[in-house]
Design a protein around this ligand. Structure first.
Ligand SMILES: NC(=O)c1ccc[n+]([C@@H]2O[C@H](COP(=O)([O-])OP(=O)(O)OC[C@H]3O[C@@H](n4cnc5c(N)ncnc54)[C@H](OP(=O)(O)O)[C@@H]3O)[C@@H](O)[C@H]2O)c1
Length: 290
């Protein structure tokens, strides 16, 4: 059955997309990946380079695909690019493309903490994107992920950079929690969501089995590295985020951390029937630092 699946991935050179494309390539699906920049393809993969996903370059190739997995997204704004443009409007464009090209299903990665009641700009852009997907008329699965970790993810890279500097800074108390999930489990669930109808037309939290305070996570992450761990005043952390575009934490990174969002792991585990890896166990064994 896997052989006959035709799957499109957007944002192909991103962290999750790279892991997913490799997984899908190993599953022998007919894979079409779209990126703004050139990239190395996996076995059997077709690539499309497109700056703004113009219809004329893409339509014919992606026509009648079984699914499109939309992995374009930004978590930081600048004067050149904002959340509305990329997270919401580009999603709307991709939904439109999917409809015109008769794609059967769309899978979207939103964010843990997104809700109708949110007042955060980042979450609002993701919520509006979710609405575009839900009202598209397409079969869909929307995932709301917590921190997705693996080789070269942004969150772990940030911590590794701090370790290199000899000190990890914890904004505020560090008693807020995160629910990390490993990317190898994420790609399995995404693939399941395409091939199994029980995922159809659902919004599902994408979280791991551990709900751990940031302080404990950082301690485990830096275990055996002799890194100093210091708490910094939240006001100073926000001040740095506001005035310094290269700060370890952006304003929305802090908002999401302090937001202390908890997802429904039991529901994910029940729907997927996957035995998820414990990121804490991986940290204990030092596997995430490699
Ligand atoms: N990683 C996580 O922990 C996490 C957690 C929650 C939600 N998510 C969501 O999951 C999705 C993928 O995340 P990721 O971690 O793989 O992110 P990523 O590595 O930053 O990849 C996102 C991709 O989006 C595309 N993109 C960025 N800016 C763009 C622009 N201005 N125009 C067109 N395309 C643009 C790029 O693809 P190309 O360079 O190939 O064009 C980029 O590689 C995102 O929507 C993200 O919000 C991720």
């Amino acid at each position: 059955m896997d052989k006959s699946l035709k799957i499109v991935v957007t944002g192909a050179s991103g962290f999750i997309a790279k892991n997913l494309r490799q997984y899908l390539s190993e599953k022998d699906v007919e894979l079409i990946s779209i990126s703004r920049n050139d990239f190395r393809i996996f076995t059997g993969e077709k690539k499309i380079i497109s700056n703004n996903y113009e219809q004329k370059n893409i339509l014919k190739i992606i026509k009648n695909a079984d699914a499109l997995i939309h992995l374009v997204g930004i978590g930081k704004q600048s004067v050149n690019v904002d959340y509305d443009t990329i997270n919401t409007n580009l999603t709307k464009h991709i939904v439109n493309l999917s409809n015109i090209s008769r794609i059967k299903k769309i899978v979207f990665l939103s964010g843990l903490g997104v809700s109708r009641k949110t007042s955060l700009g980042y979450f609002i852009s993701k919520y509006n994107a979710e609405r575009e997907i839900i009202h598209s008329g397409l079969n869909f699965t929307v995932f709301r992920p917590s921190y997705i970790v693996g080789k070269n993810d942004l969150f772990s890279r940030n911590l590794k950079n701090q370790i290199k500097c000899g000190e990890i800074l914890i904004p505020g108390s560090g008693s807020y929690s995160i629910q990390p999930i490993h990317v190898s489990d994420v790609v399995k669930v995404i693939f399941e969501s395409i091939s199994q109808p029980k995922f159809d037309n659902k919004i599902i939290d994408l979280v791991g089995p551990d709900y751990v305070t940031y302080e404990n996570y950082v301690k485990l992450f830096s275990k055996g590295t002799k890194t100093k761990i210091s708490k910094i005043n939240l006001e100073n952390a926000y001040h740095d985020a506001i005035i310094n575009s290269k700060s370890f934490f952006g304003v929305d990174d802090l908002n999401i951390l302090i937001g202390d969002f908890k997802g429904n792991y039991e529901r994910l585990s029940k729907i997927s029937q996957i035995k998820f890896q414990s990121v804490l166990d991986m940290l204990q064994s030092g596997r995430l630092l490699q």
